[in-house]
Design a protein around this ligand. Structure first.
Ligand code: PEP
Length: 250
């Protein structure tokens, strides 16, 4: 049985006070919905505040990115062990904002995934097609390509705890969520790809939907067979809205 995971990507927003307030609200919401896992992804400097506020609760804290390198002359980068030492246990990899604005491609993302897994950080690996790719009916091909790095032999034994987030680029921050039917169709495709990696992996890997999820759209999306949760951007910065999304997972 895959547990529903509701994850909040705060992007470059918030301050220490907001981090504390939001995480405390998440902890309450997790208590009210004990069958739902909740995770938050604050900007790096707010991770310690979020970890402190999450102490004693089941709320997980993660980073929004990590370096592909372990250590050295990489100004501005943050390594997996550094993230781990803050108390964070998860990390986003390959968010479309990083793929697009920081030119993150398959080679770099493979190295990031290796660093996260070697350090015991649970990755949420983000994938998704652009509007143009969808209009050209290339969605499944793009998704297959983005997921192809998972078939590397070095990852095989470590994928059962992986989380995948399907986030169509055209739905992120636009207010234009994919419909449950559109999302489920892609999630079923992803599940089919995972089946090729083994029954254990396809049965246990959670596939989240992300892209303008709101309290209003959440229940319909989360009712789909292959949607195991949500990666939420904008609505994760409002305690009430994020709590309502977690409650919709009921
Ligand atoms: C995201 O950034 O991962 C995201 C899904 O954002 P939003 O919910 O604002 O579309």
């Amino acid at each position: 049985m895959r547990r529903i995971l509701i994850a909040g990507n705060w992007k470059m927003n918030g301050d220490r006070a907001l981090a504390k307030t939001l995480v405390q609200a998440c902890a309450q919401s997790q208590q009210s919905n004990p069958q739902v896992d909740i995770a938050v992804f604050p900007p790096f400097p707010l991770i310690p505040e979020a970890v402190a506020a999450a102490a004693g609760s089941a709320v997980a804290v993660g980073a929004q990115d990590l370096s592909a390198q372990l250590k050295g002359a990489y100004t501005g980068e943050v390594s997996a062990p550094m993230i781990h030492e803050t108390g964070a246990s998860m990390v986003l990899i390959g968010h479309s904002e990083r793929r697009q604005r920081h030119q993150e491609g398959p080679e770099l993302l493979t190295e990031k995934l290796k660093q996260a897994l070697a350090e015991g950080l649970s990755p949420i690996f983000c994938i998704g097609e652009s509007l143009q790719q969808r209009e050209q009916e290339r969605t499944e091909a793009v998704i297959s390509q983005q997921l192809s790095i998972l078939s590397k032999p070095e990852f095989r034994s470590q994928l059962a705890d992986l989380v995948i987030a399907y986030e169509p680029v055209w739905a992120i921050g636009t207010g234009m969520s994919a419909s449950p039917e559109q999302a489920q169709a892609v999630h079923a495709h992803i599940r089919g790809l995972l089946t090729k990696l083994g029954a254990r992996i396809s049965g246990s890997v959670r596939i989240l939907y992300g892209g303008s999820v709101t309290p209003e759209s959440a229940a319909g999306l989360l009712a789909c067979a292959d949607i195991d949760g949500a990666l939420v951007g904008g609505a994760s910065l409002k305690a009430d809205a994020f709590a309502a999304i977690a409650a919709a997972a009921n």
